[in-house]
Design a protein around this ligand. Structure first.
Ligand SMILES: [Zn+2]
Length: 78
């Protein structure tokens, strides 16, 4: 079983995940609510960034900033 730290590192990496990594992530998400929420937030951020890239020169939206802040907070607390 991967640790939350390993999971967050996997999610943050740009490289394509292997079958084993994907399975371990699934397993971890099934038991860990924190990482599940983190993943959802990551996906939300990615979506906002992609939309932002589409229309160039637009500044980052307030919503994206808020989501980003809450993710950073979650992982720097403890
Ligand atoms: Zn976790």
């Amino acid at each position: 079983m991967k640790s939350c730290k390993e999971v967050s590192q996997l999610l943050a990496s740009d490289k394509e995940l292997g079958v084993f990594d994907k399975l371990s992530l699934k397993l971890h998400f099934s038991v860990c609510k924190v990482c599940r929420t983190y993943k959802q937030q990551q996906e939300a951020i990615t979506k906002v960034y992609k939309e932002r890239l589409k229309k160039k020169n637009t500044s980052i939206s307030e919503t994206a900033k808020k989501v980003e802040d809450s993710v950073i907070k979650k992982y720097t607390e403890e």
